[in-house]
Write a protein that binds this ligand. Sequence first.
Ligand SMILES: [Ca+2]
Ligand SMILES: [Ca+2]
Length: 267
Amino acid sequence: MKIHNYIVTFGSLFSVALAALAGTANAAIIPTTEYSATTSFTSIPALSNSDLAEGIAPTLDPSEVMEAGSLANLTDGVYNSGYSACIGAKYDGSAKVKFDLGATKTIGQINTFGNEPWSERNRQKYALYGSASPSDPGWDTSSYTFIASVDMAGDGTGTMYSGVTIQDDAGGNVGSYRWLLWNEQGTGGGGACYTGFDVVEGLAATVVPEPATVAVWSLLGLCWAGVSVLRRRRKGLAQIDAAPVRRGWSEENRVAIRRMLDRQLTK
Ligand SMILES: [Ca+2]
Ligand SMILES: [Ca+2]
């Protein structure tokens, strides 16, 4: 590789590092949504049967009733095809469900799955809140930290399932919470039906360097690597220059050898 190419490469890496540095300022918890005719999604992680919410019993706001199904279908690790967990029974556009993870956990993703036993019921629309309180924060959203809101475009007609994944767009965690308050807000058809609520464990909350620190050290590392490569190249060239060069016979020697051979042959 020529020195010019090294300079271009270092320049590109420097730009990438600066872009990463700039990007960290805009990190946000962003929902991604998708309708699917089957349980196979392209942009939503598969339903998990080993997430932090698996097997726990969600509770419904005592002022609400189930429209159909059971909240246990949210945390059973399987896709349900019928009346899974249909909430918003009073058609008032709000039904809260609470999840207690038992202890504050680092959450990497929250993935929710809707299904459609009736038209439009797989359209997901809700706001999600979290709390790390050691005691039950109750049903008032103001006692929680807002995490994200979801309002799927379209009505999902013709598709059986819907998926939503809530993640940090910069690859970080969603947050550390014990309690999740899920405020389902209904759709045009009334209540919505869900078949999965996954709380996926995030990266361990150990000492994580600030993004800016990581970027600076990465840049220093790249510079050191670049200088080392150039040094090796220079050293290699100097060694070649200093090495003794094998030269051919001089004209004088050739003449002397020919004379010796001629003398031997004429004897
Ligand atoms: Ca699950
Ligand atoms: Ca289920």
